[in-house]
Design a protein. Structure first.
Length: 357
């Protein structure tokens, strides 16, 4: 299955079991002048898929170097990016060469940012190996790293040249991280597709993991939602902000836990429940919506509540990227499948969050 992304620099997404073996052939078509590439992966994914990717690229005629970093959101820092630059220099990468991001969302975000900023920009290919990265972060060109002050505070828009999605890589994904990806899938259903939301209600982790057809369909549905939004708003100035439903408070929870507690998808899921509660409190979201979302999250083994104080949670939203001056654009729901942006003065947040107490 091939999907087209029509943005400033158009590219294709391939969704096909086993397609990782064709990485080199596809790269040779994309980069006929390239001689070298660098494969970036973490301590989990590189041992699993690094050899396959490297052999495919070498067979296609490329000189291949690899760089590994310790897995985890805590490593998503400028220090790690600096180590990538060192590897690029040692490999003598030029502007006609390219980077391969082999791994989950952290890998893709950092490899993409390193590619965007090295030599003022070199191409990169996304090879996402987690459910979260396959349905969300590998598509759309957002790259970056975290700061102590907030998540993804430093970054760039840098679209990949190609996204290669091999659902077979999910066979090695622990249940916890499959559930993590489902947090983003549920978000997509909440904001744009009641059909997707109901598809997730009708299935469960085992049925999705055991059926390549269902898994490919899930990935396709999520990407098609994101594709339509990104094509209309590539640089996140309007409609694309709605893709961050659940993220304002989800990112705040991750920050409060120093990026070492809740996984991203789990935090987003809780954020979705919080946003639905706020919408219900405002009278713009039907009563009971947050309960329906919470029940679906629980079905996929995701948490629905938090222990941090409301005051700390509000304070931790201070660097949310949807902020403008003294306001924040909250993503709320008219109903499941229909989201909207509500420009909200920050001074109003404590009152809105009373429904969480």
């Amino acid at each position: 299955m091939i999907l087209q992304i029509q943005v400033g620099h158009p590219y294709e997404i391939q969704i096909e079991p086993g397609c990782i073996k064709g990485l080199g052939k596809r790269a040779a078509q994309l980069f006929p002048k390239a001689a070298r590439c660098c494969v970036i992966g973490d301590s989990h994914t590189l041992p699993l898929y690094g050899k396959t990717a490297e052999e495919s690229l070498k067979t296609a005629g490329f000189s291949v170097s690899t760089v590994s970093f310790e897995a985890g959101e805590a490593r998503k820092t400028l220090t790690t990016i600096s180590s990538f630059y060192d590897a690029f220099c040692e490999a003598h990468l030029t502007r006609t060469d390219f980077v391969v991001a082999l791994g989950g969302g952290v890998t893709g975000d950092m490899a993409g940012f390193a590619a965007a900023s090295f030599l003022r920009g070199i191409p990169f290919i996304q090879v996402p190996t987690s459910l979260l990265s396959q349905i969300d972060s590998s598509v759309g060109g957002k790259t970056g790293v975290d700061l102590p002050q907030g998540k993804n505070m430093v970054g760039a828009f840098h679209q990949p040249s190609f996204v290669l999605i091999d659902p077979n890589t999910l066979k090695t994904l622990p249940d916890q991280f499959f559930s993590d990806g489902m947090g983003e899938a549920i978000k997509y259903g909440c904001i744009k597709s009641r059909v997707l939301f109901d598809f997730l209600k009708e299935n469960h982790i085992d049925s999705l993991r055991q059926s390549s057809e269902k898994l490919c369909d899930l990935i396709r549905q999520c990407i098609e939602i994101k594709r339509a939004v990104v094509e209309r708003d590539e640089f996140d100035t309007g409609e694309r902000m709605m893709l961050n439903f659940g993220h304002t408070f989800g990112h705040a929870l991750e920050r409060l836990q120093s990026y070492g507690g809740l996984t991203h998808g789990a935090a987003v899921g809780i954020g979705c429940v919080i946003a639905a509660k706020i919408g219900e409190g405002l009278g713009v979201t039907p009563t009971g919506t947050h309960t329906e979302i919470a029940e679906l999250l629980q079905k996929y083994a995701l948490p629905t509540s938090f222990t941090e104080s409301i005051d700390d949670l509000i304070a931790a939203t201070g660097n949310d990227k949807k902020s403008t001056a003294d306001s924040i654009n909250l993503v709320l729901l008219h109903q499941i499948g229909d989201a909207f942006l509500r420009k909200t003065p920050r001074s109003e947040l404590p009152k809105l969050c009373e429904v969480l107490r």
